[in-house]
Design a protein around this ligand. Structure first.
Ligand code: AMP
Length: 300
């Protein structure tokens, strides 16, 4: 079906002219036609509530692949029982509108029942890299992520899939799964898109009050501080992390969950920053949980 999904009711003049499908059967037939035509398939998995960060992934796919599929699916299995699955922002029509200028070939927006049929009982557990950072605070999160990404890879059968550095640990988990399960999908990681003041774009930023929006800047400020200390020659993780935590301590409505300096490949804690290192933070700002990270490169 070639849907404008009621967009004629919107005031914006352009409508989404690509294809929107909601079932695996329609997806498979659309993608296999592109594949038969010899087109390289690029895939951008998302949970919708699209922003410029998502769109940068789509642009990169469009630049590198003649056929681009975007999935929009709020995946229940990656949310914990106390998390925001029910209130997660959903607006398919607004998302399609944002995709209009990017000439996406296909949007796949399955309902939950299409992804998780009755009796569903198979999950993917990636070891080691899922037990730290996000994994330590969101038990089961990466099990849900790996499972849904594997299913989407099976359904879309892309050549290349695009992910954001914003969710750095996710990219490590997906790379591990692709390698371990011989999935043969190339993984491309795109830089984090930020607001002009440094706040990483996130679908969850809409939850922030204006005051919380200001306080949320402490995540980026702490990463910038780590970067500055390292560029000034500081190597001791204890000193760098102490300085980062000090910034969080000065924000009474922000509750730090972790500030960490880890090996970018295996996510193990590093005691000394003598090689490229990932600085990662997670914190609640009010009731909104935000994450951010940046790579630190010590002076050689
Ligand atoms: P989500 O909809 O949160 O599941 O994100 C879908 C994809 O967009 C993931 O690969 C994210 O890492 C990526 N993404 C989210 N926010 C950003 C951002 N600010 N910059 C770049 N990519 C992002």
């Amino acid at each position: 079906m070639n849907l404008s999904l009621g967009l004629q009711q919107c005031s914006a003049p352009a409508t989404f002219t690509g294809k929107v499908v909601t079932t695996r059967v329609e997806l498979r037939s659309a993608v296999s036609a592109a594949r038969r035509a010899g087109q390289r398939i690029g895939f951008v998995p998302t949970m919708g509530a699209l922003h410029a960060g998502h769109l940068s992934l789509v642009e990169t796919s469009r630049a590198e692949c003649p056929y681009t599929v975007v999935s929009i699916f709020v995946n229940p299995t990656q949310f914990g029982p106390q998390e925001d699955f029910l209130r997660y922002p959903r607006d398919l029509q607004a998302d399609l509108q944002k995709l209009v200028p990017l000439s996406v070939d296909l949007v796949y927006a399955p309902p939950v029942e299409e992804m998780y049929g009755p009796g569903f009982g198979t999950f993917v557990d990636v070891a080691a890299v899922t037990s730290v950072l996000e994994g330590a605070f969101r038990p089961g999160h990466f099990r849900g992520v790996a499972t849904v990404v594997l299913k989407l890879f099976q359904q879309v059968a892309p050549d290349v899939a695009y992910f954001g550095q914003k969710d750095y640990q996710q990219t490590v988990v997906i790379r591990r799964m692709v390698e371990d399960l011989d999935l043969g999908v190339k993984i491309v990681v795109c830089p984090t898109v930020r607001e002009p003041d440094g706040l990483a774009l996130s679908s969850r930023n809409v939850y922030l009050s204006p005051e919380e929006r200001q306080q949320a800047l402490v995540l980026w400020r702490s990463l910038q501080l780590a970067h500055r200390l390292v560029s000034e020659g500081e190597q001791r993780a204890s000193v760098i992390l102490g300085a980062m935590r000090g910034l969080f301590a000065a924000e009474p409505d922000v509750r730090l969950q972790y500030a960490a300096l880890v090996d970018p490949d295996n996510l193990a804690d590093v005691p000394l920053v003598t090689a490229p290192t990932l600085a990662a933070v997670a914190a609640f700002v009010g009731t909104t949980r935000l994450i951010d990270n940046r790579l630190l490169a010590p002076n050689s």
